[in-house]
Design a protein around this ligand. Structure first.
Ligand code: ZN
Ligand code: ZN
Length: 387
């Protein structure tokens, strides 16, 4: 079968980019050979989402050791990428049928972090921080392929009569925003979103649906802020400095001041740091009112500096970090939000973030490396379409 893989040798990681479409063996269920296959399904992807983390792999910015070490462990020279899936079950293992009721033809998405189910966190209901997890498409083979074999316990049934397929394929990243917006009560609250990339844009939509009143989008990119406006933010603020320069972590006091002016002179109730910039984090803290909350999702490696640390304590500001999605509470809320007609959430995702499919839906089989690189760098989100 065809698959989009990272088959670059370890020693060439740093001076290459991209993924390759290549022929690999089809996955198989064979319970006599591997009893654990009874708990798995073979799925034929219909649509898959290309994630920010896939972009990091494409440009070799992250996940080097995780991907290469797991490839060595699996004794294969390639890793099939991709973890944002909408697919159709073509074969279900015996336990998958007897205990989960799955059968060929069922439509599913998947949680991308394969939790072990037996570690301390998994046992106490915190499987999203499982201490022994695999990430689909990075540390185990993923869904940019004509077929993918996945553990049945990760699958999430999806109703295509209620959610359009291009949007159903990106429930997983939307779930990041739902998880972030579920950390504190947003009803009637004022909110600022620092970083209006894909998940920041999703956060704007979800925060609104969950009852936030005033939403302010903050980003250095005019293009991102324009999309934020189309999604219905109350105002936007363009950051003038380059926020990715983490050697300059001092807060942008002008931005913080303008946010305070919009919120009773005090600051927002909740700030979402979705950019991974040290400066944005400090601006987010400075823009939050006393007693407010800062939600941390943006990520980059290395040390961060917190300016005026004592003010966080003295003004009673709380910081919450968000990783992945709660399995499956977050998925349940994500489905409900998408299936609700009240917020037009899926229309806004399809019409604005996916640009009505124009330039954002790429046929898997027509993959062309040069063209694909242009596509992933010019849209906030793209999906691959399979036949
Ligand atoms: Zn993702
Ligand atoms: Zn676990």
């Amino acid at each position: 079968m065809k698959a989009l893989v990272l088959d670059t040798p370890r020693n060439e990681w740093d001076n290459t980019t991209g993924m390759n479409l290549t022929d690999v063996p089809e996955p198989e269920l064979d319970e006599s050979l591997r009893p654990a296959d009874s708990n798995k399904c073979i799925i034929k992807p219909l649509y898959t989402g290309f994630c920010g983390s896939d972009k990091s792999l494409w440009f070799r910015h992250a996940f080097k050791d995780m991907l290469l070490d797991s490839r060595d462990r699996d004794e294969q020279p390639y890793r099939i990428c991709g973890h944002e899936l909408l697919g159709e079950i073509v074969e279900a293992g015996s336990y998958s049928t007897s205990n989960y009721g799955y059968k060929p033809g069922d439509i599913v998405s998947t949680e991308s972090h394969i939790f072990c189910g037996v570690c301390h966190q998994c046992k106490i209901g915190d499987a999203h921080v499982c201490s022994d997890h695999l990430i689909i498409g990075i540390s185990t083979d993923g869904c940019f392929a004509e077929q993918v074999k996945l553990p049945t316990k990760e699958l999430w049934r999806t109703d295509l009569d209620k959610i359009r397929p291009e949007v159903a394929a990106i429930q997983e990243p939307l779930g990041n925003a739902v998880h972030a917006c579920s950390r504190v009560d947003l009803r009637g609250k004022t909110v600022a979103v620092f970083g209006c990339g894909t998940i920041g844009l999703f956060t704007i939509l979800v925060a609104r649906a969950m009852g936030a009143t005033t939403i302010i989008g903050v980003d250095p990119s005019k293009t991102n802020l324009k999309i934020a406006e189309e999604l219905g933010v109350d105002s936007t603020l363009q950051v003038s400095t380059n926020p990715t320069n983490n050697s300059a972590p001092a807060p942008d006091l002008d931005i913080a001041d303008r946010i305070r002016q919009q919120c009773f002179g005090e600051g927002v109730d909740v700030a979402f740091e979705m950019s991974g910039s040290n400066q944005a984090l400090n601006t987010a803290i400075a823009s939050t009112r006393a007693g407010g909350d800062i939600i941390l999702f943006g990520l980059s490696s290395g040390d961060y500096t917190l300016t005026n640390f004592q003010d966080i304590i003295l003004y009673g500001k709380s910081m919450h970090s968000v990783v992945g999605r709660k399995v499956f509470q977050t998925w349940y809320i994500t489905s409900n939000l998408l299936m609700s007609s009240g917020h037009s959430l899926q229309d806004k995702i399809y019409d604005v973030i996916l640009n009505r499919g124009q330039g954002t839906v790429v046929p898997f089989k027509a993959f062309d490396k040069t063209q694909f690189e242009k596509t992933i760098t010019s849209h906030p989100k793209i999906v691959l379409k399979y036949d």
